[in-house]
Design a protein around this ligand. Structure first.
Ligand SMILES: [Zn+2]
Length: 400
């Protein structure tokens, strides 16, 4: 590959790729999924890579949701800088709850766009279309989703159009990615899957092992075609139900309605998106907008005492701690424990689509994610806190 100068993007410097690099974000890939698939003997590429490459445990962005983390990965920066802190936020100016999947909400350029602008060939493939516009913002390169793939892209993957709720939606990302890599060898490729399987199947379950075995075959194919591979996750995944299989939910809007009067406070669940079947819009993170004159500190303390709540913070402290944009967060940030989710009102959650006990994410308990490379990694400062959004830094600046 041509030798070019390094690039600075969002205050960080990246070396020009010395070999084609494929960065994979596996949605909801709690570390145990890979470990269990390796133990079951169905993931030989992972088994070899964990020994001969490099593997770390990193921390994702909280809220541990898909869009904030994918945008952090492709900008190399936290949501405080790029602005995407959920699927959904409450716009105080317009008084409306709005989807945040429009690039107009993105406040930073991506390193994919920056490398493409500097002459690199770049390709991006996502599972769900909700990410495509954000990941492809300003990008002079190929960017498409499995969900809205055209005939040529389906032919490239060699697959029929997958259902949006299926393991095949993610398989398409790998199938199209491997075929595209073999034919065009882009300098940088970003592949992002969906967590349909992880929401239903725990690590080591047959469906989970089958999914990681599928992924393993495509990663081996990419490696055989000469790709440096860096793999991470947007967030982890945990069981959020009791022993009888029913979900552990704190219906926070109902709680606040009881304390402050109906509709006085507004609870926003930034996990909410058009695809709620597999989690019923229930995750471990919520933000609450309080009525004028409310005592935020006292309410935070009262919410913190509810069983199942891990953290109840006022906006400024939460945004400092989790590097979030203050103008897109409510007065309080609420995070539930590992086995519990936060809802709005009982009547607003349709759980009829949940055909398996609830597994979900959003909290601090889903913050640990893997960072796996098929190259050795060197020169990291001792004791450095690794984030999933360091994946391009490690792959471009520290790989041997
Ligand atoms: Zn999810």
């Amino acid at each position: 590959m041509e030798k070019r100068p390094s690039l600075e993007v969002n205050g960080r410097r990246y070396r020009w790729p010395r070999e084609p690099l494929v960065v994979v974000c596996v949605d909801g890939s709690e570390g145990a999924y890979v470990d269990q698939a390796v133990r079951a003997g169905v993931a030989p590429w992972f088994a070899r890579t964990l020994k001969q490459g490099a593997a770390f445990v990193a921390e994702c962005v909280v809220p541990s949701f898909t869009n904030p983390n994918n945008l952090s990965i492709v900008t190399g920066a936290p949501p405080a800088l790029h602005g995407i802190c959920g699927n959904y936020f409450y716009d105080r100016e317009s008084g409306a709850e709005v989807m945040m999947n429009d690039p107009k909400y993105l406040r930073a350029g991506t390193l994919l766009a920056a490398f493409a602008a500097a002459g690199a060939s770049v390709a991006v493939i996502t599972a769900k279309d909700k990410l495509r516009a954000l990941l492809g913002h300003g990008l002079a390169g190929e960017c498409f989703s499995a969900e809205k793939a055209n005939e040529a892209q389906l032919a490239l993957a060699g697959m029929a159009r997958p259902s949006v709720y299926s393991a095949e939606l993610s398989q398409f990302v790998f199938a199209a990615g491997a075929a595209l890599f073999e034919s065009r060898r882009p300098d940088l490729m970003y592949l992002s899957t969906t967590d349909y399987v992880q929401h239903k199947a725990a690590p080591g379950a047959p469906a989970a092992n089958a999914f990681y075995a599928m992924m393993d075959r495509y990663l081996a194919r990419l490696e055989a075609a000469g790709a440096a591979i860096a793999l991470t996750a947007d967030h982890g995944m945990n069981d959020k139900h009791g022993p009888d299989g029913s979900p552990n939910v704190i219906y926070l809007q109902d709680v606040l309605d009881g304390w402050l009067g109906k509709g006085a406070a507004r609870v926003i669940l930034p996990i909410t998106d058009p695809y709620v079947v597999h989690h019923g819009a229930l995750g471990s993170f919520a933000t609450a907008y309080l009525p004028a004159g409310a005592d935020a500190a006292a309410l935070a303390a009262r919410i913190a005492a509810l069983p199942g709540i891990e953290l109840a913070l006022e906006r400024a402290e939460a945004c400092r701690r989790f590097e979030l944009p203050e103008d897109r967060m409510g007065d309080l940030v609420l995070i539930s424990r590992r086995d519990t989710v936060i809802g709005t009102s009982v009547s607003r959650h349709d759980l009829s689509g949940l055909d398996a006990p609830l597994r979900s994410h959003g909290g601090v308990s889903e913050q640990k994610v893997p960072l796996i490379f098929n190259r050795r990694i060197q020169g990291l400062a001792p004791g450095r806190r690794l984030r999933n959004f360091d994946v391009f830094d490690l792959a471009l600046n520290h790989a041997e």
